[in-house]
Design a protein. Sequence first.
Length: 283
Amino acid sequence: MSNQDETPQDETRENRLRKELPEEVPAAAAEPAKAPEEQQGTGLTGRQRLAQGLWPPRVTRAQLIVALLLFGLGFGLAVQVASNSDGDSALRGARQEDLVRILDELDDRTQRLEDEKQGLEKQRDELENSSNQAEEARKQTVEKERQLGILAGTVAAQGPGVTMTIDDTKGTVEADMLLDAIQELRAAGAEAIQVNDVRVVAGTYLTDSGNGVSVDGNKINAPYRFKVIGKPQDLEPALNIPGGVVQTLEKEQATVTIERSDKIVVDALRAAKRPDYARSSSQ
């Protein structure tokens, strides 16, 4: 009898404990939810997640302005480097003897300026030390007038120099190319220049005119012949320097010949023109 009475009590206690204890969590609910990528078995790599974070880019206005400024700065530097490279390419590609010749020409120009300085100092000393200053001043005035007449083109001149002939059968030589030749000759010490039948002076200008070139309003046609008085050893190398007059003309398919001579006659004259406004400050 005792065993039968205890059995219902034990069942009642067990039922009460079951009600107090929480139900077991289902196995599926206890496990963390898997990402859709993991469920599909196609998870993204770290590089792919980085790419998704960087693209599309999120650019602010300030970043865009800075980028444009940096682009402009880089473009300007590139243009400057390119222009410098073009300007120096002729010298970089020059042969050693050409470079030596260019240095010799620079030395000759320096020496000419030094000689001119010494000549002016000598004239000053002679004028100051001469017992008859009036006569010395007259001699120097006559000599100066002769020199200025040659420069102004009002008197003929002769002396050593070169003759340069430019044969332009293609019609590609323009006024600025001839002007470069005149400037180069002047820098090399040319004292008198004549192009065809026109005397070149300080105020000479050149313009394109149809199939030819106009010098001070006088039209000349090819072949263009330069008669130049000066030191031949300076004039010819100045025209033949790398990237200089001769190479530029030959690129335009013109034929250039240069001949040295002990006697060049420049006989084209210019009428003396009285200035309209300029007057001597000594008056």
